[in-house]
Write a protein of this length. Structure first.
Length: 383
């Protein structure tokens, strides 16, 4: 039986790599739904190749062009975020892979869980914003959430067969990004062009900037807390510039399991889609002879203050990670548009965390309001 997949965010970096995985494994997977934000040219091309049952474009102004381009194909076409949230309920979907950018992944993921779909989670912001609610919903609807993020996939792989054994701590590895080893003075004048040059991973613009500020690792720590039921003090960030050890778990007897390999997002994507099976691949293989030295460092929390802010938000919990995330999305967007400098991103997040009202036990409506208020406030901090 082929697994039928809905890919939310099919034109982004994870979406296109997921389609490569499907193309390379036609006996295992088929595409049922594709959704995109506004890149209709690529969505049209993908629809012609993968022949999904349904496609959705979030940007409603592109609907007519999309319908026109696909009129000869037997595919249903919809537009708008509402349609993306609803489409995940289709009975012909086995797995929903959520690869949209940022907060926009939240509502479709909630609906997919409510309709009992297995989730391959590539949108870490969903768990950052609403981790507690998502885990409760998944438990209630008996839905499995398989991580696509490479570090979380690594931890997940280390935990296979360890169901009854407690975790002492996890070691979440970080490449350190393009500015590893740089001090605050350097970071103040860091440019967008340099921030976008990640040494090891090819990713979208938002996550690449998050890697440069190390906010990505902070968001991943919060993601790990909810995925694996950890306390913040059980999560250790380890800078590992070669990105070969994708993360590790220490158990209560002191034994450590790590998952390793060359950095390649297609592997964690494939594992999330094929779990519990492993599918044979032709991906390039790691050899110790090519890497005589693997190195590990402590993160520099004084220069990369975003990471410290993320741990603070994780400790405070409630709506604080939602505030952190919304302010970060506004800050990264402003940095990408050359409106603010590299370190001002941190200032905006810090001020938003101080300003926006803290709610200890937020409901979904509280989170939606917190997200909105934080975006409005943080925009006022950008001149
Ligand atoms: Mn990652």
């Amino acid at each position: 039986m082929k697994k039928r997949i809905a890919i939310l965010g099919s034109t982004g970096s994870i979406g296109t790599q997921t389609l490569e995985v499907v193309r390379e494994n036609p006996d295992h997977f088929e595409v049922e739904v594709l959704t995109a934000n506004n890149n209709i040219d690529l969505l049209i091309k993908q629809t012609k190749e993968f022949k999904p049952n349904t496609v959705v474009i979030a940007d409603e102004s592109k609907y007519d062009d999309l319908v026109h381009a696909l009129e000869k194909l037997p595919v249903k076409v919809y537009a708008g975020n509402e349609a993306i949230s609803q489409i995940v309920e289709m009975d012909t979907i086995d797995i929903v892979l959520t690869a949209m950018v940022g907060y926009s992944g939240l509502l479709p993921t909630i609906n997919a869980i409510k309709s009992g779909k297995t989730i391959a989670l590539a949108n870490k912001e969903t768990l950052v914003v609403a981790g507690e609610m998502i885990q409760k919903l998944a438990f209630h609807h008996k839905v499995s959430i398989y991580p696509v993020d490479s570090e979380h996939s690594a931890i997940f792989q280390c935990l296979v067969g360890e169901g009854q054994n407690a975790i002492e701590k996890i070691m979440l590895t970080a490449s350190g990004g393009p500015f590893r080893g740089k001090n605050l003075q350097f970071l103040k004048s860091a440019t967008k062009e340099n921030a976008l040059k990640h040494p090891n991973w090819e990713m979208g613009a938002k996550i690449t900037i998050d890697s440069a500020t190390m906010m990505n690792k902070g968001l991943e720590a919060i993601e790990a807390k909810w995925l694996f039921g950890l306390n913040p003090n059980q999560i250790e960030v380890v800078v590992h510039p070669q990105s070969i050890v994708h993360s590790a778990v220490m158990f209560e007897d002191g034994s450590i399991k790590a998952q390793m390999g060359l950095p390649n997002m297609k592997l964690p994507i494939l594992y999330a889609l094929s779990f519990p099976d492993r599918v044979k691949t032709e991906f390039p293989r790691f050899s110790f002879w090519d890497y005589p030295e693997l190195t590990f460092e402590k993160p520099d929390l004084k220069s990369f203050r975003n990471l410290a802010l993320a741990f603070e938000a994780m400790d405070k919990c409630g709506n604080m990670p939602c505030i952190l995330n919304a302010a970060n999305e506004i800050a990264v967007d402003a940095f990408l548009k050359d409106k603010i400098g590299f370190c001002e991103m941190t200032d905006i997040i810090e001020q938003s965390m101080q300003k926006i009202a803290y709610i200890k036990h937020p409901e979904l409506d509280d989170l939606i309001n917190t997200d909105k208020e934080t975006r409005e406030y943080s925009k006022t901090l950008i001149k």
